[in-house]
Design a protein around this ligand. Structure first.
Ligand code: PLP
Length: 464
């Protein structure tokens, strides 16, 4: 296999997971190779060359004492499977692949992106704590932080997280993490990683920077770990699944800082869960046994055990196979996105185009600093005629699909104002970057000329 062709901008960075066999050869496999090989079993029983679906609810043991030992030692890396709510070999495979592509040390899949975000909230924060959350946010995540946070007694402080002064003001001794989206859905804001990391990892704070990296496509357009982000979360339903087949989520820990050693702020990772103390039960010290893999170990063997939001191995295999073409899809989709953005921006029926590749996009300079291989595969646009025209044009499309999804191999559109964001106040919507006329367009793999044709025929159908 020829590996000389450099295919990404971080080839010199070590990839720490999903490639034990490869490590022995002391060669840094690159993104395109990892997406196909990482997570495959090293010694497959039947010589199989893909990831089989291990459709088994539980795993048997020869002796009761062996099973009880495995149960007892969940905080240690025994690699023993017990019950598929906690772990499963198919899920393991895709977890390794996703972790490798995000340059992490450990991964965990979930039944949805939403379930992964929820797991992060409840694993790191509790009653009386607070978190700092970017206003450039997926509407569902906004709701989750606002409502679930309030129900759990966790205060979500929403702010423009690139306003560093504001972030510093909001931090106090009960702050547990900073949450941003790598490209906000659909605002397309880009976090200033260097500055946020400097705050989160300052010696007197040491909290994780959590990045929902859904829109940067599992490390293809940006690898937040490269800049020091600690926890990566994905709605795998989008680019990772890539074909509109599957609802799934994933969490990756990157091992980039020593936040996990911060015992005072994260006592649960150190066997000192304040909520369990009153029951006088033995607790696992995840940090002691797992070090920089403590978070996922805790998430898997404690939090996932309680929330039960595990992914089916069928779904895991879908993600695993789809990831094999991730870079091929993204490369082509990013090219199409660029062409369509340019075509739309010079069209008389189009009022504005929000594309990170354009100099006039407020986050263009951040995109230049932090993105690689293109500016993503989603743009926003407004038409002459505003919100009313947006609704009419969407209904006139023949090829572009109206749906509430992104990152598919098909071109998809949505109008947030009239639907998914309808129940938020004008001010909240403004902060999330939602205007009345905004159309979100997620570019697929169709021929560019056919996408252009669809716009033209829709404009012809609906005159000004
Ligand atoms: C879709 C999405 C989510 C929610 O994920 P589901 O898989 O739909 O539960 C979270 N964050 C972002 C950025 C998303 O696009």
């Amino acid at each position: 296999m020829c590996l000389l062709g450099q295919t990404n901008g971080f080839a010199n960075e070590p990839v720490q997971n999903g490639r034990s066999k490869m490590e022995k050869r002391r060669h840094q496999w690159r993104f395109d190779t990892l997406q196909i090989h990482a997570g495959l079993e090293e010694n497959p029983v039947h010589g199989h060359i893909t990831l089989p679906i291990y459709n088994t609810a539980s795993f048997k043991f020869d002796k009761l004492s062996d099973m009880n030992n495995a149960l007892e030692n969940m905080s240690t890396p025994t690699n023993q499977y017990l019950y598929s709510r906690l772990s499963n070999p198919t899920n393991d495979g895709v977890e390794k692949r996703i972790a490798a592509l995000e340059d992490g040390v450990n991964g965990l899949v979930y039944s949805s992106g939403t379930a992964s975000v929820y797991a992060i909230i409840v694993s790191l924060a509790g009653m009386g704590d607070n978190v700092i959350v970017s206003t450039g946010l997926h509407g569902g995540t906004f709701k989750q932080f606002r409502k679930a946070g309030a129900q759990l007694g966790i205060e979500a402080n929403f702010c423009d997280t690139n306003d560093l002064e504001r972030v510093r003001q909001l931090i106090n001794d009960r702050t547990k993490f900073i949450f941003v989206e790598s490209l906000a859905n659909p605002k397309l804001s880009v976090p200033d990683y260097d500055a946020l990391i400097a705050i989160a990892h300052s010696p007197d704070l040491r909290i994780p920077l959590v990045v929902d990296a859904t829109f940067t496509a599992c490390g293809y357009f940006c690898q937040p770990a490269h800049y020091g982000a600690d926890i990566i979360v994905h709605s795998a339903s989008k680019w990772i699944a890539g074909h509109g087949t599957t609802i799934a989520g994933a969490v990756v820990e990157t091992g980039r800082s020593d936040w996990q050693s911060n015992r005072a702020r994260f006592p649960r990772l150190h066997g000192e869960d304040p909520d369990l103390k009153k029951f006088d039960v033995g607790q696992d010290n995840w940090y002691e046994t797992a070090g920089d893999k403590a978070f996922i170990r805790y998430l898997k063997n404690d939090v996932l055990r309680d929330t039960g939001s595990c992914l089916s191995p069928y779904a895991s295999q879908q993600l695993f196979i789809s990831l094999e073409t991730l870079s091929v899809r993204c490369e082509r989709q990013a090219k199409t996105t660029d062409r369509i953005a340019r075509w739309l921006s010079s069209h008389p029926r189009v009022a504005w185009v929000g594309y990170l590749g354009f100099e006039d996009h407020p986050y263009h300079h951040m995109a230049l600093k932090y993105l690689q291989r293109g500016f993503g595969t989603v743009i926003t646009l407004g038409l002459v005629g505003g919100g009313e025209m947006a609704e009419k044009i969407i209904d006139a499309f023949k090829l572009i699909i109206t749906t509430t999804n992104v990152g598919d191999s098909k071109t998809l559109c949505n109008h947030h104002w009239s639907g998914v964001n309808k129940h938020y106040s004008k001010e909240e919507n403004e902060k999330m970057g939602i205007t009345e006329d905004l159309i979100r367009l997620s570019l697929g793999l169709e021929d560019v000329q056919d996408i252009i044709w669809d716009f033209e025929q829709a404009f012809d159908q609906v005159q000004l």
